[in-house]
Design a protein around this ligand. Structure first.
Ligand SMILES: C[S@@+](CC[C@H](N)C(=O)[O-])C[C@H]1O[C@@H](n2cnc3c(N)ncnc32)[C@H](O)[C@@H]1O
Length: 222
């Protein structure tokens, strides 16, 4: 697997602030059908506390808001303030009030242990450098309640060979990989998720214009 360039968080935030408008109308729109597939894996329960890490422009959190029951509380986190502003506008347009958004880094989630029943994260692990992935997954595990569900959706590939997207990523100088590819390269996350202590890890590969994987898992009960 090709490693991601290790840009400082401020640079990633600036790049996604700058890309937020165009990202919303292009990539986020065409990847949305992959999110819809991932959302079908949600194990719905009454009065859930749901966290989306890396909300981007908020298409997914809005979809979750329209599907969830009255007692559901939604939380969103992103490094980019402009992405969060888009998310807030979407949720407000829906008339959904039961939510909180925070600017922050997935490496240090600003919530106590065992706080969420579901953690959803789409197209973010693929921009995290290998060396930081275990820390991010440890945070995801920490904030989930026992039995809580993790759903990851990542840019991925069917096998271990180096494909076009990785070759392109490696060829581009680091700043161009950030601004043109959002720093994203294909990843395989299932083994790491199991290694982080999650149980019942499942991976599904989704082919098509944006080859992706859905990885689902749970935090152990007791
Ligand atoms: C490729 S976009 C995906 C956005 C959204 N999940 C979607 O699928 O449309 C990646 C998002 O992750 C956010 N991000 C990048 N690094 C992050 C970090 N360390 N912590 C939290 N969010 C981060 C970016 O600001 C951006 O909104």
């Amino acid at each position: 697997m090709v490693d991601a360039y290790n840009h400082p968080g401020s640079m990633i935030a600036r790049a996604y602030d700058l890309r937020s408008g165009i990202y919303d109308k292009t990539v986020a729109r065409s990847e949305f059908k992959y999110h819809l597939e991932a959302l079908r894996r949600i194990d719905w329960r009454p009065e859930m506390r749901i966290l989306e890490v890396a909300t981007g422009p908020g298409r997914v959190l809005s979809e979750i808001a329209t599907r969830s029951g009255k007692g559901t509380t939604l939380h969103g986190l992103d490094l980019s303030q402009k992405m969060l502003t888009r998310t807030r506008k979407r949720l407000d347009r829906l008339g959904f009030r039961n939510y909180e958004l925070q600017k922050g880094d997935c490496r240090h989630l600003p919530w106590p242990d065992e706080h969420f029943d579901l953690l959803y994260n789409g197209y973010m692990m693929d921009l995290i450098p290998d060396a930081d992935m275990d820390q991010v997954l440890a945070e995801f595990l920490r904030v989930l309640t026992p039995g809580g569900q993790l759903i990851l959706l990542n840019m991925s590939k069917q096998d271990d060979g180096t494909g076009f997207l990785e070759s392109l990523y490696e060829t581009l100088p680091a700043p161009l990989a950030l601004y043109f590819m959002g720093n994203c390269r294909p990843v395989h996350m299932a083994k790491r998720v199991a290694g982080a202590g999650f149980r019942g890890v499942k991976r599904e590969y989704l082919a098509g214009r944006h080859p992706s994987e859905i990885v689902t898992a749970n935090k152990e009960i007791g």
